[in-house]
Design a binder for this molecule. Structure first.
Ligand SMILES: [Zn+2]
Length: 270
């Protein structure tokens, strides 16, 4: 019987997205024998204050590589332009090739209705690239995967869509309380982003947004810090709850009855 390869590939738009949205779960999966691969669609070149686009991109790729090292993860940058990410055949083939090269059994990307245009484009590209990863006629030099990888989505900031509206409740949560320090350590590698956050959002507490989000998500799940996930169970993907099963004890499905009220309050607050 074919089995999903024990490699998790996270493909997100910008250097630092994986660190913020799903690195706690990646760290737990690594402890259970999974190989971790982190990829960013863009090089983050617009996220600079003191350097031009090209230099910023180089700096950010170095920062992302250092963060990946903390999880013994491989890091790939697909080098698309930050802020100008578009869906097209070439980029889909590039992503299918990456999925095949690392033989991903699980993929984590952004939700299709995330707040950021680059995140939404990433989600569409990754879904389209993953769904055909077993097909031999795709023009890629890499060997097709045995199985279509399982496709998971991480949460957008604030649990809101791009119009500020509500999004469906997550399929499950992962308790990352024991991993929050690793998340901070990984995000801390993105030194260049401190000045950017201050300039764009007047944020001086660099870890504040991540902490707030994980605390709010934790309240919804009934633990201190949590990450939230959805799984693509559409006709194109397998519905096997592999992450949920491998992280038994950390995986909490749906809103907990005891925290439903809290969750409501949290949603109203944000
Ligand atoms: Zn991003």
């Amino acid at each position: 019987m074919k089995e999903f390869n024990k490699t998790v590939l996270t493909i997100q738009a910008h250097p630092d997205d994986t660190e913020i949205f799903c690195s706690g779960t990646l760290s737990l999966l690594r402890e259970r024998g999974f190989k971790i691969v982190i990829a960013t669609m863009t090089n983050g070149g617009m996220g600079g204050v003191a350097e031009d686009e090209k230099r910023t991109a180089a700096t950010r790729k170095k920062e992302a590589s250092r963060a990946a090292e903390i999880l013994d993860a491989e890091y790939y940058c697909l080098d698309e332009r930050d802020g100008y990410l578009f869906d097209n055949s070439e980029i889909r083939i590039k992503v299918t090739s990456l999925i095949r090269r690392v033989n991903a059994g699980i993929i984590i990307t952004h939700l299709p209705f995330d707040y950021h245009p680059d995140h939404r484009a990433t989600s569409t590209i990754v879904e389209a690239a993953a769904i055909v990863s077993t097909l031999p006629n795709i023009p890629s030099k890499e060997k097709p995967t045995d199985l279509t990888p399982l496709l998971y989505y991480s949460a957008p900031f604030g649990f809101r869509n791009n119009m500020g509206g509500k999004i469906p409740d997550p399929d499950f949560f992962i308790d990352v309380t024991t991993k929050f320090n690793i998340k901070k350590e990984m995000l801390g590698c993105h030194e260049s982003q401190k000045a950017v956050m201050e300039l764009m959002f007047n944020i001086t507490d660099f870890f504040g947004d991540m902490r707030e989000t994980d605390l709010k998500t934790g309240k919804m799940a009934g633990v201190k810090y949590a990450e939230a996930y959805w799984q693509n169970k559409g006709a194109g993907f397998y519905p096997e709850p592999l992450i949920q099963e491998k992280l038994k004890g950390f995986s909490l499905s749906g809103l907990r009855p005891c925290s439903a009220m809290q969750a409501k309050e949290i949603k109203n607050e944000s």
